[in-house]
Design a protein. Structure first.
Lengths: 410, 332
C-alpha cells in the first residue's frame, strides 16, 4: 500500500514537473525584424498572449518567402503567415495550403479589393496594415521649383536597392508606379494580371523613364550608391550637410521608419506630380501586409480573429504610424497633416487603388523582376534582353495570376 | 520500552499454549507490557522512514540523472552542431569574396546546412527553436544564391560588390541575419546545458535530506535489531539485517552512479562553455561522447530505486510481522 502510493506520488511529481511550462502555442511568420518586430511584440503579440493565454512563436525574416517555401516543402509551415504578396498567397491557396477565413473575419469591413475572394468564392487573407506607395517625400521647406529641379538630377534622388534577400524591390515599386501614372489603371491591371507583355511599348517606356530619372549608365559612383545602399538608409543624406539628396520615392511607412525624414519633417507630393508623362487621375499604388491561415488550430483561429479586430488593427497602425483599411479602425482626426491626408487617400472611395504589381505577380516573376531592375541599373543597354526573359517567365504555365488588382478601373 | 518494565526481556518468544490447549495470555501483558506498542511504533517508523527515503532518493537521483539523457542526446550535440554551423559560415564568408568561385564555399555551405539540420533533428529547445532553425536553414540557401549571383559578375564590378553586400546583410545583419540568429539559438542551448548540469540548491537539499533519512533509517534498523535481541530469543533478525544491507548497498551504488554522471556532465559543460572551431569541434564531439557514455544506463537505474525501496519495506515488514502477530490478540 505504502509502496504503491510512493510509486504513484513519484510518477506524479516527475510528470507534473515536466508538464509545467507547456501552454498552447501558435506559430507566426512575417517579414518584420528589428524595431518592427519589437513593435509587433509589444503592440500586438503580448496583448494577445495576455488575453488568451496562448503563446505566439514569432519568426521574422526579410527572406520570408524563401523561409515559408522551405517550411511548406518540409511539411512544417507556420500556423499563421503575414505576407506582402497576394500573388504568392493565391499560389498557396491554389496548392490548398491555405485555410478559408469564412466566418473568422468580418469581410465587409475590409472591402473586396483587400480581402479578395478567389475563384472558389473563399477569402484566404485580410490586411493587417496598408501603405500608400505613389508618393515622393521631400524635406519641409523645399519649394516646388526646387523639387522640379531635383527631379531632373539623378543625384538628388535618395534611393537604395539593398534589402537582403529581396534586394531590388524599391526599383520594382518605381517602375510599377511610373506605369500606373503614365498609362492608368487599365494598362497597369492588364500587365499585373499577366495579360500585357513586358516587351510592350508601355512597359518599356516605364523602364526607360526610370532609367533616365536614376541616371542609369551615367555614373559608376551613383550606381554604387544606388545598388549598395539599403532602402532603410537611403534617406540618410537628406539631413547631411551639404544635403546629399532631396527626393525619395518610397511608401508611406518610411516617414516614421526613417530618422532622417523625421528630422527633416518630411512632406510628400503625389508621385503623379513628378513622374514625366503622368496622365492618370487620382490613381495610387498601394501595398498591404496580408494575414493568412495555414493551420486551422483553435489557437490559430483565435489569433486570426484577434488580428482582424479593430483593436489589434488600431494597435498595430498606431505602433507603426501606419494605416489600417478596416473601416472600423479609422485613425483619429488629430495628427500631422501628412498622416491625415495619406489616411484619407487610402480610404477614399473616389480614388483608384491598385495593389503593388510585383507583390501581386507569381513569386517567380516577382523575384526575377527585382533582380532585373538591379541588372538594368548596371547595364541599361540590356533592357531588351531583360524584358524578354521576364516575358518568358510570364508565359510559363502553371502560375496563378490575380484577375484584378485595382478597386476600380475606368 | 525498557527491560525493567518487561519481564520477558530475556525470554524471547512468550509461551503461547497452556493446559487445555487454550491460548494463554502472558501475565506481563495483563500487567501492562509495552512490547506490542513498542513493536508497532518501530514498525511504523521503519516503514515511514523507508518510504520517505525511497521517495527522496528517487527524486534526488532523477534530479541529476534525469537531465543526463537530454544532455547527451540533445543539448550537447545541438551546441556542437550550432558551433559547427557558425564556423562553417565564417569560412564560407571568407571564401565568398574569392576572385573565382571555389568548391570550398559550396562545401562550407553544405556543412553549415547539415549542421543546422542536425541541430533541428536533436529536437532541443522545443517548437520555437525548431521554427527558428528552419528559418536559418532557408536563409542559408538564400545566402548561397546571392553569393553565386555575385560570383557570376566580373571581378571588381559594381554588381559583384552589390550582390556580395546583399549576401553579407543576409548573413550578418544585426537581429535578422543568419549569424545573430544562430548565436541566439546557441546561447539558448548553452543555457540549457548549464541548467542541466548545474547542481543547484534544490539538489543539495534533496541529497542532504536523502543522506539524513538514510542515516536515520540505518540507526532505526540497528536500534530495532537491538530491541528485538533484548526482547526475543533470536540473536539476529534476518529481515532487518537484509533491509539494512540492501539499503547500504543501494545507497552506495546510487551515490557512485551520481558522482560519475555528474562528473561527466560537469566536464561536458566545461568543454562546451566557449565557442569551438576547426579541429576543436571534432575533439569536442568525441570527448562529449566519452564523458556522457553510460549515463543513459545509469539514469535507467532510477526505477530500481523504487523497487529497492519496496524490497527494504518488504524485508522490514517480514522481519517485524512475526513478532507483531504474537502480540496481536489482546486480553478481553
Amino acid at each position: 500500500m505504502v509502496a504503491g502510493c510512493l510509486v504513484l506520488l513519484a510518477a506524479a511529481v516527475v510528470l507534473g514537473a515536466r508538464a509545467v511550462g507547456r501552454e498552447p502555442t501558435v506559430t507566426l511568420l512575417a517579414n518584420w525584424t528589428g524595431r518592427d518586430e519589437t513593435n509587433l511584440r509589444r503592440a500586438v503579440i503580448e496583448p494577445f498572449e495576455r488575453a488568451y493565454h496562448v503563446h505566439v512563436d514569432y519568426q521574422g525574416s526579410s527572406a520570408e518567402s524563401q523561409v515559408l517555401g522551405a517550411d511548406v516543402e518540409a511539411g512544417t509551415p507556420p500556423d499563421v503567415v503575414v505576407l506582402t504578396g497576394p500573388g504568392e498567397l493565391a499560389d498557396y491557396a491554389g496548392q490548398k495550403q491555405l485555410q478559408p477565413l469564412d466566418g473568422l473575419i468580418p469581410r465587409e469591413d475590409f472591402g473586396t479589393s483587400w480581402a479578395t475572394p478567389l475563384a472558389d468564392g473563399h477569402v484566404y487573407w485580410f490586411p493587417l496594415k496598408a501603405d500608400l506607395k505613389s508618393i515622393v517625400w521631400y524635406p519641409a521647406g523645399t519649394g516646388e521649383g526646387q523639387r522640379r529641379a531635383a527631379r531632373d538630377d539623378p543625384a538628388q534622388w535618395c534611393v537604395g536597392m539593398g534589402s537582403g534577400a529581396t534586394s531590388g524591390w524599391p526599383g520594382t515599386d518605381w517602375i510599377e508606379d511610373i506605369l500606373l501614372q503614365q498609362q492608368g489603371p487599365r494598362v497597369y491591371q492588364s500587365w499585373t494580371s499577366g495579360k500585357l507583355s513586358w516587351r510592350s511599348p508601355e512597359v518599356r517606356q516605364a523602364w526607360t523613364t526610370w532609367g533616365r530619372l536614376m541616371g542609369a549608365g551615367t555614373s559608376e559612383k551613383l550606381l554604387r550608391r544606388t545598388l549598395k545602399t539599403g532602402y532603410a538608409e537611403a534617406s540618410a543624406p537628406v539631413t547631411a550637410t551639404p544635403r546629399g539628396c532631396t527626393l525619395e520615392h518610397q511608401a508611406s511607412f518610411i516617414r516614421t521608419q526613417s530618422t532622417a525624414w523625421k528630422q527633416a519633417d518630411g512632406r510628400y507630393d503625389p508621385s503623379a506630380a513628378l513622374i514625366p508623362g503622368a496622365t492618370a487621375k487620382d490613381s495610387w499604388e498601394v501595398s498591404g501586409d496580408l494575414v493568412a491561415l495555414l493551420h486551422a488550430t483553435p489557437q490559430a483561429k483565435r489569433l486570426i480573429r484577434y488580428l482582424s479586430s479593430p483593436a489589434a488593427q488600431r494597435a498595430w497602425a498606431d505602433a507603426e504610424s501606419a494605416f489600417s483599411v478596416d473601416t472600423r479602425a479609422r485613425p483619429a482626426a488629430t495628427g500631422p497633416t501628412w498622416h491625415r491626408t495619406l489616411a484619407t487617400t487610402l480610404l477614399s472611395p473616389a480614388a483608384t487603388h491598385c495593389f503593388d504589381a510585383s507583390d501581386a505577380m507569381p513569386p517567380t516573376v516577382r523575384d526575377a523582376f527585382a533582380e532585373a531592375v538591379i541588372d538594368y541599373l548596371a547595364h541599361p543597354a540590356r533592357l531588351t534582353s531583360l524584358l524578354t526573359t521576364l516575358d518568358t517567365l510570364r508565359s510559363a504555365p502553371g502560375q496563378t495570376w490575380l484577375p484584378a488588382v485595382c478597386d476600380q478601373v475606368p | 520500552m525498557s527491560a525493567a518494565t518487561d519481564p520477558v526481556h530475556d525470554g524471547g518468544t512468550p509461551a503461547t499454549a497452556g493446559a487445555g490447549g487454550g491460548r494463554r495470555v502472558p501475565p506481563e501483558r495483563a500487567a501492562g507490557s509495552t512490547t506490542a506498542h513498542d513493536l508497532a511504533v518501530r514498525h511504523r517508523l521503519l516503514l515511514a522512514l523507508a518510504a520517505l527515503l525511497t521517495l527522496s532518493l528517487f527524486l534526488s537521483y532523477e534530479g541529476v540523472h534525469g537531465d543526463a539523457d537530454p544532455l547527451r542526446t540533445s543539448s550537447a550535440p545541438a551546441v556542437l552542431s550550432l558551433d559547427t554551423a557558425l564556423y562553417a559560415l565564417g569560412q564560407a564568408e571568407a571564401d565568398a569574396g574569392a576572385a573565382t568561385p571555389t568548391s570550398d564555399f559550396q562545401k562550407q555551405i553544405s556543412v553549415a546546412a547539415q549542421s543546422v539540420a542536425a541541430a533541428a533533428g536533436d529536437d532541443a529547445g522545443g517548437p520555437s527553436a525548431q521554427q527558428a532553425l528552419q528559418t536559418v536553414a532557408a536563409l542559408i540557401t538564400v545566402y548561397a544564391v546571392k553569393v553565386q549571383q555575385a560570383q557570376q559578375q566580373p571581378t571588381g564590378s559594381v554588381l559583384r560588390e552589390a550582390y556580395l553586400s546583399y549576401a553579407t546583410s543576409i548573413l550578418a545583419d544585426p537581429g535578422s541575419g543568419i549569424l545573430p540568429r544562430l548565436k541566439v539559438l546557441q546561447a539558448q542551448r548553452r543555457a540549457a546545458v548549464h541548467r542541466q548540469t548545474s547542481f543547484g540548491p534544490l539538489l543539495w537539499c534533496g541529497w542532504a535530506a536523502t543522506l539524513l533519512l538514510a542515516l536515520a533509517l540505518v540507526c532505526a534498523l540497528l536500534e530495532t535489531q537491538l530491541f528485538l535481541r533484548r526482547r526475543f530469543r533470536r540473536r539476529y533478525n534476518r529481515g532487518l539485517l537484509g533491509a539494512g544491507a540492501l539499503l547500504l548497498a543501494g545507497l552506495a551504488v546510487t551515490l557512485l552512479f551520481t558522482v560519475w554522471t555528474h562528473t561527466g556532465m560537469t566536464d561536458t559543460r566545461r568543454l562546451l562553455d566557449r565557442p569551438l572551431s576547426g579541429r576543436e569541434l571534432n575533439h569536442a564531439g568525441r570527448a562529449t561522447a566519452a564523458y556522457l557514455a553510460d549515463t543513459g544506463l545509469r539514469a535507467a537505474a532510477a526505477g530500481w530505486i523504487l523497487i529497492g525501496g519496496i524490497l527494504v519495506m518488504a524485508l522490514t515488514e517480514t522481519g517485524l510481522r512475526r513478532h507483531i502477530d504474537e502480540y496481536r490478540f489482546r486480553p478481553r
